[in-house]
Design a protein around this ligand. Structure first.
Ligand SMILES: [Fe+2]
Length: 549
């Protein structure tokens, strides 16, 4: 190896940010982003400036985890004031845009009374004109549809607000990122760089392929003040070489939360990528980047929640992803922005939209989109799909957070897909209330009891059992529980033995074990080999490493 050739260390966090906040999918699509800046960011900022101590107290209370509180211990108020001023200045276009959306909503509320909407077009707020179509639903309730593709081409999509922060992590601890902005830290380097920049791919290739340190410093325009810290992100030591799976079976590897890698000797499929860092002391074993193939044939995305579309994992993997499969959406609604446009605009290629009961076939593998119901607070959101994955004669069903509120649905589905040998089911059955995620998009206040009745909750025991019984699997795995410590910063979940999702999933596991099936709640890491034929035989290579059932 040449003298100054180095690799990117495996514990370098490359954190994507938008206007100083952790980047997640609702901050990309311009209209949805605009509503979040006013309804989430500025609200939290104002609240912190007004009462930083209340935030500091709330953060200490585990019940408030995931609440709208900044994790700065009541300090750094001046910096938060600066962030406010910067937001008002740099985000002015989007702030005006969200105001215009609110005005449009009022216009429709006051003037759209069932007559033709044509006469209202001249009254649409100026900056929204040409970007919306006014519509009624079949009950004559007025609404609007945004031309998102045009908005991405307008000044309302501003990649210059995108940046990445880089630092070395030595543990899994991080504040809840939807509520705490990122202020300047001495050990963190910030680079104003759009997410679609190939500079990110170039850097992330260095996890596996060494490059000249001088060269990468030049490419990233590192000045003398950044030099020492930047150099500390690299090492002459290469990672262990990834061993491609060469066997005749299907290999399943659980990476934590809803992230599962399926490999055969011909192909690799990675579902809902969320991958932990490594290279520091860890109590809980986990698979990480070194266990991912050099090229991932298909990434499958189940739904548009921040713990299932994690840019922090996806951007560094982008250059290794051959195809990305997403639920088919029409877009145009604040609560359901187009995933295709979002992925295109942040630099992903070969995006495949898969509809319900549509099948993607290659080699001896078929991926079928299966309806995903509930878990979205009864809002009209189509960006959600489950996957039925068949390899040879062996089949797996990934249900993610689908909440089986209508068991007849999966009875219909089973008639088309057939049974499944293995079912992976999320059981975060408490869920947050509607406003936790969708509050900034709402035009009118929802009463507290209504809000808490419309939750982002997955299946409980009864609903999970009804789903599983339909597909008659031999093995049942509860996953996507947000339990791994490296998920906490995005899932804001910390269970105890008394937590309802734990009680419900224990009950489900006990139930199926009593029926003689293999059942387990996944935690940490897990590897299983399955035979493509004669699928009743499964062979466990090693057990999970911690306290899962
Ligand atoms: Fe979800």
């Amino acid at each position: 190896m040449k003298e100054d050739f180095v690799y990117l260390k495996p514990n370098v966090v490359i954190e994507p940010l938008i206007a100083g906040w952790y980047a997640w999918s609702h901050l990309i699509s311009p209209a949805t982003a605009a509503m979040n800046i006013t309804g989430r960011h500025l609200k939290i900022i104002d609240s912190y400036i007004q009462a930083p101590e209340i935030h500091a107290q709330a953060i200490k209370n585990p019940k408030m985890l995931g609440g709208p509180f900044m994790d700065f211990g009541g300090k750094r108020v001046d910096e938060v004031k600066d962030l406010r001023e910067k937001t008002l200045r740099q985000q002015k276009d989007l702030l005006d845009f969200s105001q215009a959306i609110r005005e449009l909503n009022l216009l429709l509320k006051n003037k759209a009374k069932g007559y033709s909407l044509e006469s209202l077009y001249p009254e649409i707020p100026e900056l929204l004109r040409g970007y919306v179509e006014l519509i009624y639903d079949l009950n004559n309730n007025p609404s609007f549809r945004l031309f998102e593709s045009l908005l991405y081409k307008s000044k309302y999509y501003n990649p210059s607000q995108q940046s990445v922060s880089m630092w070395l992590t030595e543990n899994d601890e991080r504040p809840f990122v939807l509520s705490t902005p990122r202020l300047r830290e001495d050990n963190v380097l910030d680079f104003q760089i759009p997410f679609n920049s190939e500079q990110i791919d170039d850097l992330c290739r260095m996890k596996r392929t060494s490059q000249s340190l001088e060269m990468i410093k030049q490419k990233w325009n590192i000045d003398t003040t950044q030099e020492t810290l930047f150099e500390s992100f690299f090492t002459p030591q290469g990672p262990p070489r990834y061993q491609r799976y060469q066997g005749e079976n299907v290999r399943m590897r659980y990476f934590g939360h809803a992230c599962i890698l399926i490999e055969t000797k011909e192909l690799s499929v990675l579902i809902d990528p969320v991958v932990s860092y490594y290279g520091y002391q860890q109590d809980i074993n986990r698979f990480s980047d070194v266990h991912l193939p050099d090229q991932i044939d298909y990434v499958l995305i189940t739904h548009n929640h921040q713990d299932h579309i994690l840019f922090e994992t996806l951007l560094p993997l982008r250059h290794r992803i051959k195809n990305i499969v997403i639920p088919k959406t029409t877009g145009g609604a604040l609560q359901d922005p187009s995933l295709k446009l979002m992925f295109q605009n942040i630099g992903f290629k070969n995006i495949i939209e898969l509809g319900e009961l549509e099948t993607l076939s290659f080699h001896d593998c078929a991926i079928t989109g299966v309806p995903f119901i509930g878990e979205h607070s009864d809002l009209n959101i189509q960006a959600k799909i489950c996957y039925h994955l068949k390899v040879g004669e062996f089949s797996m069903l990934f249900v993610a957070d689908s909440n089986n509120i209508e068991p007849r649905l999966y009875e219909h589905v089973r008639k088309i897909t057939g049974e499944a040998d293995v079912v992976f089911l999320g059981m975060e059955c408490d869920g947050a209330p509607l406003t936790w995620l969708y509050g900034p998009l709402m035009f009118s206040q929802l009463e507290r009891d209504k809000d808490s009745s419309r939750r982002l909750s997955g299946s409980n025991f009864e609903k999970g059992k009804a789903l599983i019984d339909v597909f008659q699997p031999r093995e049942v795995y509860v996953y996507a529980m947000g339990m791994e410590p490296w998920m906490k910063f995005i899932s804001s979940i910390k269970y105890t033995d008394e937590s309802n999702p734990i009680i419900q999933s224990n009950k489900l596991i006990d139930h199926y074990r009593n029926e003689g099936k293999i059942a387990e709640r996944l935690f940490g890491e897990k590897e299983i080999l399955y035979k493509k034929k004669n699928h009743s035989i499964s062979q466990e290579l090693f057990q999970v490493t911690s306290d899962s059932k």
